[in-house]
Design a protein around this ligand. Structure first.
Ligand SMILES: [Zn+2]
Length: 299
């Protein structure tokens, strides 16, 4: 796995050298994140922090405590990529800073229209007893602590391939109103697919958590390195154990309907610097189309 990551780095350097006159250009199928301004709640901010030969450690406070931020090279410059959690209001300012020079970078959080979705569930589904409330709180802390790690030994591959195939049944950030009461916005993208549909690693990763939680059901949290994580909920079966290493495209679970769900689907989330963001942002347009079986429609 490390070898693949290393190879990618060498290949990137090779491209840099081969491009001669300087800036290597990214292809049209590159991450959507490079094509539009995505510095909105639930999106990611890209900040130019220096030259490509510099490799400073960069930090931000998005999500509370200082968190290390992933950096990468693009067009001969080094950029930081920081996820902005849904807790931020449009217009808010976030700060990034370089450890070596103390230079700071301000990003103003933009706005994005989100769909509002009304859901009705039975009273029994809605009301949680004391014991469950406690359990849910503890499970939230477990996940929050897990995604706050920054594994610098692994260089995160930042272009995701489709983890499964299906229909996008709920976008990231949808504002949910359950039985008339507004709830937290949706922290993942839901891909509706039949029980047993294979779920694959969208990029090389280590299975950081393989467990079962109240809301998420059977789940796997993948650590891609550099503080980049992806989460898969409501699984029917785990095909990996905690600590297993996965290649891109390797099957690690089956879609299911465990946890708090109304039907079988994959709830897919991604996190950077401890903040959840829309995983579709790290897929190419073609990758999204493939996942949602839109290729035919796209001619
Ligand atoms: Zn979901």
């Amino acid at each position: 796995m490390r070898l693949i990551a290393l190879f990618s780095v060498f290949f990137a350097i090779f491209l840099l050298i081969m491009s001669g006159k300087g800036a290597p250009s990214f292809s049209a199928s590159d991450m959507r994140v490079f094509m539009e301004d995505t510095a909105y709640p639930g999106g990611v901010a890209l900040v130019r922090i220096g030259a490509s030969n510099e490799n400073p450690r960069v930090f931000t406070k998005i999500g509370g405590a200082p968190r290390e931020v992933k950096t990468f090279i693009k067009n001969g410059s080094r950029y930081a990529i920081a996820a902005i959690s849904l807790d931020y209001e449009p217009g808010a300012e976030i700060t990034l800073w370089r450890e070596d020079t103390n230079a700071t970078f301000l990003v103003q959080v933009g706005d994005k229209d989100r769909v509002v979705q009304g859901i009705s569930v039975s009273r029994k589904m809605e009301a949680l007893d004391k014991k469950t409330v406690k359990r849910v709180g503890e499970e939230r802390v477990i996940l929050r602590n897990a995604i706050a790690q920054f594994n610098a030994n692994r260089l995160a591959e930042m272009r995701f391939s489709p983890p499964t195939n299906g229909r996008l049944s709920a976008e990231f950030g949808v504002r949910r109103v359950i039985n008339g009461k507004p709830r937290r916005p949706h922290g993942g993208a839901d891909i509706a697919a039949p029980i047993g549909t294979i779920v694959r690693a969208p990029a090389p990763a280590r299975a950081a958590l393989v467990d079962r939680h109240f809301f998420c059901g059977k789940f796997v949290l993948l650590d891609h390195g550099d503080g980049l994580f992806t989460l898969y909920c409501h699984l029917d079966r785990h095909l990996v154990k905690q600590g297993d290493e996965l290649e891109e495209g390797e099957a690690f679970a089956h879609v299911g309907r465990t946890g708090r769900v109304t039907g079988p689907h994959l709830h897919w989330s991604a996190a950077l610097n401890g903040a959840w963001f829309d995983p579709l942002l790290l897929m190419s347009e073609d990758g999204v189309a493939e996942m949602l079986n839109l290729n035919k429609k796209r001619e």
